[in-house]
Design a protein around this ligand. Sequence first.
Ligand code: NI
Length: 268
Amino acid sequence: MEASFIFEKLWNDYIVQNPEAKRVFDCFVSEGETVVNDHIAFRTFDDPRISIDVLTRPFLLSGYVQRGYYIFEDKHLTAKHFEHPTDNKAPRVFISQLMLQHFSPELQKIARQCVDNIADSLLFGNDLIYAGNVWGTPSFGVYEKLRNESEYAAWLYVYGFCANHFTVSINHLKSFKSIQQVNQFLKDKGFLLNDSGGEVKGTPAELLEQSSTRAGILPVKFSEGIFEIPSCYYEFALRWPDTNGELYSGFIAKSADKIFESTDFYKK
Ligand code: NI
C-alpha cells in the first residue's frame, strides 16, 4: 500500500476523534497555506505481539526506513522514528511503546488481557496501525486505575491504534516564520496550547522547536456510561539546519517528554 493512502485513512479517523485538529487545519488553509506533516505519532505497549516492530510493518512495506531510537526514562517509553528516503513530502513516522515491566503487576495484567483480545488477523496483518480500540469497550474504572500509574497507558487503553497526533511542519508554511507566531495565531483563534514546560519545547540551538494544542475533550462510551476525556492533539514543529546545512531530522527526548503530557486528563 502506498504511504499516502495510509496517511489519508489515519487523517480521516483522526479528525473524527479530534474535530479541533480539522478546525486548526482549516485555519491554516484559509490563510492560503498548504499543510505538510512533519511527523505522525503512534502509541503502543512493548508486548511483542503489538510492539513498535509490528506497527512499523506497513510503513516498511511502503519504503520507510528506521532513523532514530529514543528512550524516555521518566515516562518509561522507548521510541523509534522512520523516514521515507526519497519522498521528501512523506511525514516522519514516530512510534513509542510503554515498557510494561516497569509497572505494577496489575497494569501488566490489564495490558496483557487487552492484547489477548486482539484477533489474529490484525496481529499478523498490516492493518493494526489504524484499527483503533481492538480490545473492546473500556471500563472507566480501569481507565482511572491506569491513570494513577501512566496517563499514556490510560490513553492507549481507551483509543488503541490511531494517530495520537499529526504535526504541522512550520518549515513548509509560507507566511509563518517562527513558532511563536504560529502559537499566537492559534491562541487568537481560541485554541488551548499545552504549556507544560512552556509553550515552546526545544530551542533553535537544539535544532527543533515544538508546540502542541491540548487534546480536545471527547465523550467516550465506557461500560459504565459516557464520560468526557482527552482525545488527540495537534502538534507544530519548526526544524533548524544542522552544521551540515541540512534541516535536523531527529527528535529531542526531553521536549517530547513534555509533549506526551498533551493527552493528560484535565477537566474542561
Ligand atoms: Ni510529536
